[in-house]
Ligand binder design. Structure first.
Ligand code: SF4
Length: 358
């Protein structure tokens, strides 16, 4: 196998296989991967638009019984700095963000056995009724599984109840790397890769649109990255309900893994994986670049490695801010970042529809 043969396949519009993806990740130059990813991005987005969303990311609780080793956010029940917000408080936070210009709220939280199903249903219904201009994008697959477990329901039933209450999109969080070998090391109490895929498939079949994520840069091998990409590509073939793929890198600060893995994944590895994602996921319209974990410079470069979206403005990003990730950006800064890189900035909604070009 040669890198140029794989390039030839992509230029001919053919899908590459898992072995070929692995070969690229192991052997291609980073710049070679970038140019191929850029070719694929241009096929999907010939007009050169790069989008972002004005969003907010509050958390309703930091109490969690899943204790992921990579997570700096969770607290045990009863800890002095644990919290669970009332529905009123969550609505108030969302209303403030809406008045500050957010169009989407990405709402997630820990797995707190004390919270009942009614709490989630009330949040969904009240957001729709009281802040109709704000789109609620909430409750990842592991949260759905935890809610089902605590409520003695199936995940399908929880999804149906959420759909009937008015929820329409679900974030693709909690995927980390969809390889059970890796998950055992970083999140042994969390749902495994098969469960994540099952809940996401159920969500798609219920009618939800979701994103897919991947958090890498810990114990995964290249083979695990390909396993992850292959799983979500196959599900996208089946349902078509993934809106975007969002890879980002592990931030070790203040986590249980910090002593074993003190160094953050660098820009080169991030850009290689991003580029591979763009090349491999031929059935995804959008690949998202991660300016908030990699910083503005790599965020700018990400647009030349396959990213056609830069995610959100992320006010109230508690999970990452606890890992001392203090990077914040405003709409103006994102517009500047995109324009300076030579692309056309555009604000989008949760469905990746363009609202406003700059
Ligand atoms: S990543 Fe989510 S499930 Fe895991 S410990 Fe943190 S809050 Fe809990």
């Amino acid at each position: 196998m040669e890198v140029r043969d794989i390039f030839g396949k992509v230029f001919a519009g053919e899908r590459i296989g898992r072995d070929e993806g692995l070969f690229l990740l192991k052997n291609a130059d980073t710049t070679q991967m970038g140019s191929l990813a850029d070719y694929v991005r241009r096929k999907h987005h010939p007009e050169g638009i790069v989008t972002f969303v004005a969003d907010t990311n509050p958390n309703y609780t930091n109490v969690c019984d899943t204790e992921c080793l990579f997570c700096a956010f969770w607290r045990p029940a009863g800890a002095h700095d644990s919290y669970t917000h009332s529905v009123d408080k969550v609505i108030e936070m969302m209303r403030t963000s809406y008045h500050n210009g957010a169009t989407t709220v990405l709402l997630q939280g820990g797995h707190n056995p004390e919270i009942t199903l009614d709490y989630y249903i009330e949040i969904i219904k009240r957001t729709k009724k009281e802040i109709p201009g704000l789109h609620l994008h909430a409750f990842s697959a592991p949260e759905i599984s935890a809610i089902a477990k605590y409520s003695d329901l199936t995940t399908e039933e929880v999804l149906r109840r959420f759909w009937d209450a008015g929820l329409r999109t679900i974030p693709g969080g909690g995927a980390e790397v969809l390889s059970n070998r890796v998950r055992k090391k970083i999140s042994p109490l969390k749902i495994d890769a098969d469960q994540w895929m099952k809940v996401t498939r159920e969500a798609h079949l219920t009618g939800f649109k979701t994103t897919a994520t991947m958090m890498f840069g810990h114990f995964e091998e290249d083979e695990d990255i390909l396993e992850h990409l292959d799983k979500i590509r196959a599900l996208q073939d089946e349902t078509g309900n993934f809106l975007a793929f969002i890879p980002w890198t592990f931030k070790p600060k203040n986590t249980f893994l910090e002593r074993k893995l003190p160094n953050e994944t660098g820009g080169d590895r991030y850009l290689r994986v991003l580029a591979l994602s763009r090349i491999y996921l031929d059935n995804f319209v959008h690949i998202q670049g991660s300016w908030f974990t990699q910083g503005a410079k790599i965020g700018s470069l990400s647009m030349y490695y396959g990213a056609s979206d830069l995610g959100g403005t992320l006010f109230d990003e508690n999970v990452l801010c606890c890992a001392e990730n203090k990077i914040r950006s405003t709409v103006d800064e994102l517009v500047h970042m995109i324009r300076s890189a030579g692309f056309v900035p555009a604000q989008r909604d949760t469905y990746y529809q363009v609202l406003n070009r700059f």
